[in-house]
Ligand binder design. Structure first.
Ligand code: ADP
Length: 176
């Protein structure tokens, strides 16, 4: 499912964030220590190999809402942008911190002249953010940032669950 917004293509796919070879950058739903873990971070570090954790070690810890960039090592991409989402019910205000994740990741991507970037649904796994509420914040933030982007032209959302994918398809359809 693709949707054009100005000069940018928004796309939702059902799949694995670590298997997006046509994207210049992928975003990691990182932990503060930028180390391998479960979910997205586990899949990305497994595919990237140990060099990714080594490169990230001096950049940790990061704060909720913050994004940093690294190489992609054995992944088929050029960069990984690591972003720490808020833990729902704990890091507040969680809606602002989640919006910061997407805003800061996109700004960083644009600074690096990255044309295509794939996001997972940050904070909606182990960090417990209700999926539909997180999706609304994500898309609202991205629509706000799009007019400022000079290089990013393709933003993909990679959803692991079939139902999660359907939520994105519906929300993308609703964008005027
Ligand atoms: P967080 O700690 O930020 O909540 P998680 O990695 O636990 O991050 O999960 C974030 C979202 O990513 C969840 O919706 C989860 O279902 C999904 N997810 C888990 N593994 C993958 C993967 N390999 N590719 C894409 N999405 C994934």
């Amino acid at each position: 499912m693709k949707k054009e917004v100005g000069e940018v293509i928004l796309e939702a796919v059902h799949g694995d964030i670590a298997s997006q070879p046509d994207m210049t950058a992928i975003v990691n739903a990182a932990n503060a220590q930028l180390m391998p873990g479960g979910g997205v971070a586990g899949a990305i570090h497994r595919a990237a190999g140990p060099g990714l954790a080594e490169e990230c070690r001096p950049l940790a810890p990061i704060e909720p809402g913050q994004a940093i960039i690294s190489g992609a090592h054995n992944l088929p991409n050029k960069y990984v942008i690591h972003c720490l989402g808020p833990v729902y019910g704990n890091d507040k205000p969680e809606n602002i911190l989640l919006a910061d994740c997407y805003r800061n990741s996109l700004r960083l991507a644009d600074e690096k002249q990255i044309d295509s970037i794939a996001f997972p649904a940050i904070s909606t796994g182990i960090f417990g953010y209700p999926f539909e509420a997180a999706t609304d914040i994500t898309l609202q933030t991205i629509l706000e940032v799009i007019p400022d982007l000079k290089y990013v032209r393709h933003i993909r959302f990679v959803l692991f669950g079939e139902e999660d994918f359907e939520v994105y398809v519906e929300r993308l359809r609703d964008i005027k």
